[in-house]
Design a binder for this molecule. Structure first.
Ligand SMILES: *[C@@H]1O[C@H](CO)[C@@H](O)[C@H](O)[C@H]1NC(C)=O
Ligand SMILES: *[C@@H]1O[C@H](CO)[C@@H](O)[C@H](O)[C@H]1NC(C)=O
Length: 410
């Protein structure tokens, strides 16, 4: 399904609404935390709903992040708590949000354009069980942020007995985006591991009692070895267009908080690449152990590993770029003021915040599976914004509407 930039030139009504929008955007920019209650604001609200996410521009085709600059602002040199009196997480996020002109650079090696004819960015997520509100939220965040002309999300379903997805109220409203933008696919371990001799003998090696988390550690490498692309954990929300990192020449994962280990909640690998082959071959020699803490030893066959060694094989991205709250949680940096100024992962179920880690590419909410999504929480606000976009009532953060609703609106 294609998206379009709204054409502002077609009628007086559009111009009027645009003026109101501009006023409203300026207004929300200026009084971010001020919730207006005057009559005027009530009228404005009727014209257009409160925008939870302030507008952004899409990156230009063929632009990627400058890793040197990203590291300068987002990768702390030291990880002792004192150092964080000077290294500020919000500085990294402000940089990512405000300095795109500096750190987005033309990819010197390839000019990838986004069109329905181009090879799409391919994303994968793995989900075990029935489709619920959390995995639906993840899919919605994908639809809301990614350039749909050149993005495809594979949702790999395991132990899912659902036959008729139109009966599931969480996924039903999204089915119109399938198969163009996302696909529900059945995960079949036997089928996945039978197709390449790299897995020979897996039946004897795999631990039949492997827990879900460990199992998904395996799934991501198996999928990327075969199909390539980017694996994203189900408890991750897309916050912005991923092209500037997806199209980097480096394969990558991100740093495990302050440890020198990979977190593979975001994992970018090319199909059959040397890196993914090395990891799978090594894991096959270690009873199919794909635990993230093993990965660095599989890649760099040394006991003492430094980041520079790892980056050559699988670039270790700064934590904050994909997981903006983690360092704050793990190092108890509650003195550091972030936007939003929350301290724990479950705060996203409580806090009513309009601006949420602007600048970060994704938000990883670390397994808060059992919490419901309260209407006034940040997740609730975001869910509403996603739903309005999907219904064609509101634009996304890039001021785009869903194509099929074009005629209906004006
Ligand atoms: C990336 O940023 C660094 C630091 O500002 C700069 O020296 C370098 O030339 C930039 N790289 C590219 C490819 O623009
Ligand atoms: C999984 O794949 C194997 C091998 O292709 C096939 O024999 C089996 O029937 C599949 N299982 C299911 C549940 O589809």
């Amino acid at each position: 399904m294609a998206l379009f930039f709204r054409d502002h030139s077609c009628s007086v009504a559009v111009i009027l609404i645009t003026l109101v929008q501009i006023f409203y955007i300026t207004y929300t920019y200026t009084f971010v935390d001020f919730i207006p209650t005057t009559d005027e604001s009530v009228i404005l609200k009727e014209i257009r709903p409160l925008r939870p996410v302030v507008l952004k521009h899409r990156p230009n085709d063929g632009y990627i992040v400058n890793l040197t600059l990203i590291n300068k602002y987002c990768e702390p040199e030291l990880y002792d708590v004192d150092y964080f009196d000077t290294f500020n997480i919000q500085d990294c996020l402000n940089f990512l949000d405000e300095q795109e002109d500096d750190y987005l650079i033309e990819n010197p090696n390839s000019k990838i354009t986004c069109s329905p004819d181009s090879v799409p960015m391919l994303f994968h997520v793995y989900w075990r069980g029935k489709i619920n509100d959390k995995i639906a939220l993840m899919i919605k965040s994908f639809l809301y942020t990614q350039p749909l002309d050149c993005s495809l999300l594979n949702v790999w379903l395991d132990q899912n007995q659902e036959i008729d997805f139109t009966q599931n109220s969480h996924i039903q409203p999204l089915l119109k985006f399938s198969p163009n933008n996302f696909r529900l696919r059945r995960w079949n371990l036997t089928e996945q591991l039978s197709y390449d001799s790299i897995y020979d003998g897996w039946e004897e090696k795999i631990n039949p009692k492997i827990p879900t988390v460990g199992y998904s550690d395996l799934v991501r490498f198996v999928l990327l070895y075969r199909y390539g692309g980017m694996y994203v954990d189900a408890d991750v929300l897309f916050l912005r267009d991923m092209r500037p990192v997806y199209h980097l020449d480096q394969e990558f994962a991100y740093r495990w908080s302050f440890w020198l280990n990979y977190n593979t909640a975001i994992l970018r690998l090319n199909a059959k690449s040397e890196t993914v082959r090395t990891v799978i071959e090594s894991a096959m020699q270690h009873n199919m152990n794909f635990h993230p803490f093993q990965i660095k030893y599989y890649l760099v066959k040394k006991r003492i590993v430094v980041k520079q060694d790892l980056d050559k094989y699988l670039y270790m991205m700064p934590t904050t770029v994909f997981d903006p709250l983690w360092l704050k949680v793990d190092l108890s940096l509650s003195k550091q003021v972030t936007k939003p100024n929350i301290n724990y992962f479950h705060d996203t179920y409580k806090s009513n915040v309009k601006e949420f880690f602007r600048g970060a590419f994704t938000y990883h909410w670390h397994n808060q599976w059992d919490s419901s999504i309260p209407y006034h929480s940040w997740f609730g606000i975001l869910q509403k914004a996603y739903d309005e976009f999907i219904d064609g009532q509101s634009p996304n953060m890039y001021n785009e509407y869903i194509n099929e609703f074009h005629e209906d609106i004006f």
